[in-house]
Design a protein around this ligand. Structure first.
Ligand code: NAP
Length: 277
């Protein structure tokens, strides 16, 4: 166990998909955590940099999960400014949750490294949990997922593996200055992922490829915040063009075991009843 985790670890996005799982794991090991989010104590808000310093007070390390997404313009500057402030305040151990094949995310990584921090980067594929804890849940419940994406393969990674990796890099020696690409063990198209979920949930759930214009119209009809609509369009047009159709060995390198398969995620999540209607 390394010393920085004897003080609280500040977990940004600590109630979100990976942060919540990381907080649970550290707490289960008896290690102190501080949730860094708008509902945390003290509150942390990426949109209000006067909240950053109080959140850093007395912590030993930070897990940086940006919101809403590192692909958003200005995210890299915010992460860079936060990392510089942390180092200035003596909090050198910073672990960044990053995304694959995203120009802006890779710029955030550069800014993190330039801050002088003892950094580790977890550069992740699409999370499997987007199907159960995010924008894909509603269409799954409605029985059809319509996205502007065809047969491109994505190695969906399980947030449980990301949280396991985050615990290891934060609590064990040897991970400073390392970049790990975390993916699942196989490529699936979105149609295949939806089919696996349908099978696991015992329901008929369809998948339809639609045009970008149809997707934009559907987003507008759901009155999503403009920023979120922009983000979804960016992810489906820029990032899902085949650039990430390759498996990486980050889970194996950090955890010494294979990543969890999407079907395990689908079966376990279906058993919670979340996809039943
Ligand atoms: N989702 C993916 O497939 C994926 C893949 C690769 C990388 N990533 C990266 O992972 C990061 C997190 O994405 P996610 O989808 O997993 O989100 P998430 O962590 O599930 O987002 C929710 C969390 O963000 C907090 N939050 C919301 N607005 C905030 C604000 N203004 N300031 C501070 N905290 C705020 C929420 O708490 P409160 O509501 O209490 O503030 C909650 O803890 C992003 O930077 C993204 O680039 C995501």
């Amino acid at each position: 166990m390394i010393d920085t985790v004897r003080k609280p670890t500040l977990i940004l996005g600590g109630t979100g998909k990976t942060g919540r799982r990381l907080a649970d794991r550290l707490t289960a090991q008896g290690l102190p955590v501080r949730i860094g989010s708008r509902s945390g104590t003290p509150p942390f808000d990426w949109e209000n940099n006067t909240t950053w310093e109080p959140a850093l007070d007395g912590v030993g390390a930070v897990y940086i999960s940006y919101y809403p997404d590192l692909a958003v313009p200005g995210a890299a500057e915010a992460v860079g400014a936060f990392a510089r402030l942390a180092v200035e305040r003596g909090v050198r151990r910073l672990v960044l949750l990053s995304g694959r094949g995203e120009t802006e995310a890779q710029r955030a990584e550069v800014m993190l490294k330039a801050s002088g921090a003892d950094w580790t980067i977890l550069r992740c594929a699409w999370f499997a949990q987007n199907f159960s804890e995010s924008f894909l849940l509603d269409p799954l419940l409605a029985g059809e997922v319509a996205l502007p994406v065809g047969n491109v393969g994505e190695p969906f990674v399980d947030a449980e593996d990301i949280a396991d990796a985050a615990v290891t890099v934060l609590t064990r020696q040897g991970h400073i200055g390392q970049l790990y690409e975390l993916t699942g063990p196989r490529l699936l198209s979105f149609a295949e992922a939806v089919a696996e979920i349908g099978k696991a949930a015992g329901r008929n759930i369809g998948f339809k490829q639609i045009s970008h214009a149809e997707f934009a119209a559907a987003i507008a009809a759901h009155a999503l915040p403009a920023e979120f609509a922009w983000l979804l369009n960016e992810l489906f047009t820029e990032v899902l063009d085949g650039r990430n159709e390759v498996l990486a060995d980050g889970v194996e390198r950090v955890l010494g075991r294979a990543p969890r398969d999407f079907s395990a995620y689908a079966i376990e999540t279906a058993a919670t009843g979340i996809w039943s209607n």
